[in-house]
Write a protein that binds this ligand. Structure first.
Ligand code: NG1
Ligand code: ZN
Length: 535
């Protein structure tokens, strides 16, 4: 059952452009013109991965998230819907960098031998893509690799990234004692809508929510989801904006979660309406940022740190009310970019432990799995809440001693269904936030008043060789270049409530410097000093 001849023939139709490729934080991501051969080769790896994982379905998502429309990307999803195991990233890198079709076949066969993969076993890969026009030809390259390796495949066409993750897990749990949901896009909407109604327990959602969809896949998918929310049970007034997916050039252009977070302002279109509750998704609908524009105080943003704090607070209150405080632990996972104001609030006020990990959601996801309830978010709005099997069992089986306890357990059980368990999901996270605000009867202003953010500044510094910058302590300190950390420590000491760090970006050819301090002037000054140390 050698695939050699079929791979050689197909690979000739999908050449790679010679350069060095690396499976990065979000798979391979670059100008779409470079991706045809890359996607073909990722297809070969996805097939091997399926055979390596007892013929379970593996996912492949074609998206470049918040990047400009001319870019695209490809990444692999593991059987339970989480990101490809880190150990395997180097195999993807090796296949994509093969210098000829013959070398490609050699690496493919060597991987099969090394990993003891039976190439005659069944293999299955399911895939989807965002709204980028280039996605169409890229999935054709992917399908060619799957055909060449005798791999069963299903094309789910246009999806949000979290929907594809949902489908992978749903596919692999179908018929099992604990299933994840129906294996269809419709199943995803049904599960979310049903859990949303249960989570609300009849509470009313205040006013209108305006959702900026970055002119990406989130627009049509959110519109579709809303059809599943029963009007007689929930009055959910959503105004979907920036949902033009017909003009590719407007994708992520002056709108979307990444624009709002990095520019720290509302999208110019539609013109911000004072006081209106707003949120933005990114181009593949896995990031979420809330904000409003106040007639007096101006723009105010509620980012991933705020969502993590809100979710951790609400869920820990429910755990308390449900009488499960002693049996279930809860923790929050952040990165070094989390605002110190949020970390203080969660640890000191909520008494919930916070763990810091390296940048990139796959790191946060793994640490969050160690808690019964693990809340993780990057400041940029990408994150979710994971519930352990024990936690789910406790919500369903514990005997409530009072109506209050019963309510709390029912809400907890509904949240475990509402919140995407595979990956950060902007639509699911948005429903979580809406449910919490409804329970607390809060406006965005009430939410914003829970704690104060420390003034901060993030700068990008061009450096000769970013690989010189080696970190430890979850990227918060530099081991190399030698002496740099001492200089940074010296600079930080000059300011009050200050913190600063520098690290090489994993997605761009530059270093990032982050600084926070008691005042904006101090945070800016500190960031400049650290940038000069790094330069
Ligand atoms: P890098 O380029 O490694 O800082 C950026 C974001 C991460 C993460 C990844 C993947 C910042 C400071 N960094 O990583 O949070 O989302 O991209 O998209 O926002
Ligand atoms: Zn994204």
């Amino acid at each position: 059952a050698s695939h050699d001849a079929a791979i050689l023939a197909a690979s000739a139709k999908h050449p790679t452009v010679p350069q060095v490729y690396k499976y990065g934080t979000a798979g391979f991501r670059m100008n779409a013109d470079l991706l045809d051969g890359v996607t073909f080769r990722v297809g070969l790896l996805a097939s091997l991965r399926s055979r390596n994982k007892s013929s379970t379905a593996i996912g492949v998502m074609i998206t470049a998230s918040h990047n400009p429309a001319v870019d695209n990307g490809v990444k692999i999803v593991d059987p339970l819907g989480d990101m490809l195991e880190q150990e395997w990233e180097q195999y993807a890198t090796a296949l994509v960098n093969a210098k000829s079709d013959e070398e490609l076949v050699r690496i493919y066969n060597k991987l099969a031998t090394d990993q003891k993969i039976d190439l005659t076993a069944k293999a299955k890969v399911i895939y989807g893509r965002d709204t980028r026009p280039s996605g169409h030809t890229l999935v054709a390259a992917l399908a060619d690799a799957l055909d060449a390796t005798n791999t069963q495949h299903v094309d789910y066409k246009i999806l949000t990234t979290p929907q594809l993750h949902y489908l992978v897990r749903a596919t692999n749990t179908e018929g099992k004692p604990i299933t994840y949901g129906k294996v269809s896009e419709e199943g995803y909407y049904e599960k979310l809508a049903e859990a949303f109604v249960r989570a609300l327990q009849g509470r009313k959602i205040q006013g209108t929510l305006q959702v900026d969809c970055a002119n990406g896949v989130g627009g049509p998918k959110l519109a579709e989801f809303l059809k599943y929310v029963p009007k007689d049970k929930v009055d959910f007034d959503v105004k979907v904006v920036n949902d033009d997916v017909l003009r590719p050039e407007v994708l992520n252009l002056d709108c979307g979660a990444d624009f709002v977070k990095t520019k720290q302002r509302a999208p110019p279109n539609p013109k911000p309406e004072p006081g209106l509750r707003c949120c933005s998704l990114d181009g593949d609908a896995d990031r979420l940022i809330y904000y409003w524009t106040d007639p007096d105080t101006g723009f105010f943003m509620l980012d991933g740190d705020r969502i993590a704090s809100l979710a951790a607070w609400f869920i820990s209150e429910l755990i308390e009310s449900a009488g499960l405080r002693d049996s279930l632990n809860i923790g929050v996972v952040q990165t070094a970019y989390a605002n110190g104001g949020s970390t203080n609030f969660i640890t000191r006020h909520l008494n919930i432990p916070v763990v810091c990990t390296a940048t990139g959601v796959k790191h946060l996801h793994h640490v969050a799995q160690q808690f019964d309830i693990g809340v993780y978010f990057e400041a940029n709005g990408h994150g979710t809440v994971l519930f352990s099997a024990d936690a789910r069992k406790a919500f369903k089986q514990a005997q409530p001693q009072s109506p209050g306890q019963k309510d709390a357990m029912e809400i907890l059980a509904s949240l475990a269904d509402l919140i995407n368990q595979t990956v950060g999901d902007a639509i699911s996270d948005m429903l979580l936030v809406e449910a919490i605000l409804a329970h607390k009867n809060w406006t965005l202003r009430d939410w914003a008043q829970t704690y104060r953010d420390l003034p901060n500044r993030l700068v990008r510094v061009e450096v000769g060789d970013k690989d010189l910058f080696q970190t430890y302590d979850s990227e918060r300190r530099l081991s190399h270049p030698e002496g740099a950390q001492d200089e940074i420590d010296g600079a930080v000491k000059k300011y009050s409530e200050a913190r600063a760090f520098a690290r090489a970006s994993g997605t761009e050819n530059a270093c990032r410097v982050y600084a926070e301090a008691a005042s904006h002037a101090q945070a800016n000054e500190l960031a400049d000093r650290v940038a000069r140390i790094v330069e």
